[in-house]
Design a protein around this ligand. Sequence first.
Ligand code: ARG
Length: 566
Amino acid sequence: MFLALTEKANAVVKQHFSGVDLNAVWTVPKESSFGDASLSLPLQLASKLKQKPRDVAQIFVDALTGADGIEKVEIAGAGYVNVWLTPAGLLRELSQTREACVPAVKREKERPVIVEYSQPNIAKPLGIHHILSTVVGQTISNLYRHLGYSTVAINHLGDWGTQFGKLAVAVEKWGKKPVEKMTLGDFLELYVRFHDEVEKDETLEDAARAAFRKLEEKDPALTQFWQIVVKTTMREVEAVYERLGIHFDHVHGESFYQEKMQTILDEGKKKGVFIEGEKGALIAMFPEKTGMPPAIVLKGDGSTIYHTRDLATIRYRIDTWHPQSLLYVVDVAQQLYFQQLFDMVRQLGWELPLLEHVVLGRMRFADRSMSTRKGNILRLQEVLDEAVTRAQKIIDERGDSIQTDDPRALAEMMGTGAVVYGIVSQNRKMDLIFDWDKMLSFEGNSAPYLQYTYARAKSVLRKAGAEGESEMPQVIAALTERERILIRTLLQFAAVLEDARSSHMPHTLANYLFGLCQDFNAFYNVDPIVSAAEPQRALRLALTSMTARVLKTGAEILTLRVPERM
Ligand code: ARG
């Protein structure tokens, strides 16, 4: 942030505190009464050098006072330095915002960041809760990529496990058409039926286990059945991804790790990490202070489980990509599971990247009928359709106040966007609330509001014939209150992106964009743009153009599309 100011402050460090390894970081104060930029560096310097903070701050004040682009400098609080910039000084700093809109050049030599997200289970449609991991994960991956990290986006399909044995039994017993002809709905129905029937007939459970064993042993008929189920599922899942703009670099199922588990089991046994349990099972134990129960990695009947496949997955990822970090965007319900997993790999002594379970809260529904619906799975595809229908209704109702050449495309963008934004704008660690009215509102913190604001900015630029990049004027005598507020917000974009990335909290970016929309609309409502006299007109067009770019860049990172007209 604040390139010119940073240079000036670092020069002070070099001159007065040479040899101290500290760099200036300016931030935008929350309240405009504290100026345009604030520096806490004097406090850090003072504590390092055992000097009085206010004395150190005074050195900065003396050096910065009267410098080009600076209007006023003050010491604040214990030893902060607050700076008020001249209009020209502020406008100059905006170049960093323009740069932040362009994806950074990929740092090829750096180790990649792996982001694993979505992870649907085969033979089941995507449910509404899948949207959480899917869009939060995609956004985190987009943030890393935009900021120049080499990024590997991975989908880890739940395509292996005893549930396939159950499905195979159910299809054989109660299936009414050939597997190739079955839909995901059919599979789901059969799966539910299996669970009903098993209550009356326990032998079904054994049959299912036997079928899965046969699949593990590569029985040709069962393998073919399994392949068809995977294909049918992926056809539907991919249609949803397409609709939401979700992209992966690699899609691997748990089945991919089948052959890669034995060596790890052997290694763990040799290192004493896995110990023999009942009937030849293998288990891992954890330090007492963690309070974690033991975890099974190999069952008595020789079959492997979820943990075993994840161990093999980590090994594979380390060997293939040598990542600097490995992020799992997964529901809070699996917290203990991941803690156990990470502890196992620590015990195995592997050279590890940073491992993080990016925890997601549960989803709750404002509309009770959604949580109590029968069939216990609310399909994401249906929720998106419903959102688009509702968006279409709003467009129809608003009539001429909405401009569009293609109302259907706009409804799709608004409806799917509303659901996506409804998710990414909430703190992922808390329970997420699904609320139709809030998501589709034109006034609140919602996709339609953001989309509408973007389209409004673009319409101003069109009207002024200034659709290209607008030149920021260099000299402006004074700024209006609203221009100043808008500039201060625009100045924060780069830091917001960095913050959302490092904390893995996409909602901070969403909230920032919401604030930017409010600041832009306040400015738009009061300061005339197209009809203003020069150089104010050029300034206002440049601010409008920059607002539009920041909104579009930010929205796309959040996997949200914005319309040119609305
Ligand atoms: N497919 C799993 C589920 O839906 C989530 C997978 C999470 N990722 C992992 N590497 N275990 O429960």
